[in-house]
Design a protein around this ligand. Structure first.
Ligand SMILES: C[S@@+](CC[C@H](N)C(=O)[O-])C[C@H]1O[C@@H](n2cnc3c(N)ncnc32)[C@H](O)[C@@H]1O
Length: 286
């Protein structure tokens, strides 16, 4: 997504989206401090954690998004602000010189990683930064297959009105959201163009802005295997922030994973050694 162009409208669009915040606050309280948010954006969740007394670091690629977070951080009381560290960096390759009891990727951040290499590099970097008893939380969309197939049937994008219209607090003007999206099954990517139409008091459109977003789609067991391959184990899986079971179509997938322990890794090493031995034996025979 082009977050450079998005930074100035992000907080207006998601001002009322708070349903995930307490979920992460609860996990941050359960895990050893500090927590780390990858792709922390303008600090929507991260700053709420800090205000709830949870020390937290944020890593963010896009400078204007991080700048917004820094401006908001500067307005917090000093004793809260000093528990926060904001770092510009890439979640596919980072070295913060610090271990974390919780690393979380909320609001479908992992879906920005299109290639298998990017996904595995990110999971590897997370593994290096997580304490042995730490937790990794990854939130993904769980969109129903009917909607996905509607969006992939033709090259004509499906236009729909968002529920996210908002009022610009600076001038009271309404901003209407709509989008065109197209899902490509072959690459499991959904490409979306979002339009932000600012209207005046008479309802006339006075400005149209567009941002584009491409997200890599993940299915439940694909993610399960990916985590396993990166030496994590799925500890819990939820379909929403009230910890409801996964599978209620159109909702969320929230993976809670932990690093594999020594015994689990040892049994994988033995499995691979056996496999290698069999390959070597059959090579000798042929
Ligand atoms: C959907 S926004 C979410 C922001 C924030 N976590 C929230 O919940 O409001 C995704 C964020 O991930 C950031 N991002 C995307 N790719 C990234 C990468 N490779 N490394 C670090 N941040 C990245 C974007 O710049 C953007 O700020």
């Amino acid at each position: 997504m082009n977050y450079q162009a998005y930074a100035h409208i992000y907080d207006d669009e998601y001002r009322d989206y708070t349903e995930d915040i307490q979920f992460y606050v609860r996990w941050a309280r359960r895990c050893a401090a500090p927590a780390l948010e990858l792709g922390c954006g303008t600090g929507r969740i991260l700053l709420a954690l800090a205000e709830a007394g949870c020390p937290v670091w944020g890593l963010e690629l896009c400078e204007p998004m991080l700048q917004r977070a820094q401006e908001k951080l500067a307005k917090l009381p000093a004793h809260v602000a000093e528990t926060v560290r904001l770092v510009q960096g890439d979640m596919r390759d980072f070295d913060l010189g610090q271990e974390f009891g919780l690393i979380y990727l909320p609001f479908r951040e992992f879906m920005h990683l299109a290639s298998e290499d990017d996904q595995l590099n990110c999971l590897d970097a997370i593994h290096r930064h997580l304490t042995p008893n730490g937790r990794l939380i990854i939130n993904l969309y769980d969109m129903d297959l009917v909607t996905l197939s509607q969006r992939s049937e033709s090259n004509v994008p499906l236009y729909r009105q968002h529920g996210g219209d908002y009022v610009d607090p600076r001038n009271g003007q309404k901003v209407f959201l709509s989008s065109a999206s197209h899902y490509k099954p072959a690459t499991q990517t959904l490409h979306e163009e979002r339009f932000y139409d600012r209207v005046d008091e008479q309802g006339a459109v006075v400005e149209r802005r567009m941002v584009t977003i491409t997200q890599r789609w993940f299915f439940r067991w694909e993610m399960h295997h990916l985590l396993h391959r990166a030496n994590f184990r799925v500890h819990e899986l939820y379909g929403g922030y009230d910890r409801q079971p996964v599978g209620e179509m159109g909702s969320e997938m929230i993976f809670i994973a932990r690093p594999a322990n020594e015994k689990e890794l040892q049994s994988e090493v033995e499995w691979l050694e056996n496999k290698l031995a069999r390959i070597r034996t059959s090579k000798k025979r042929s």
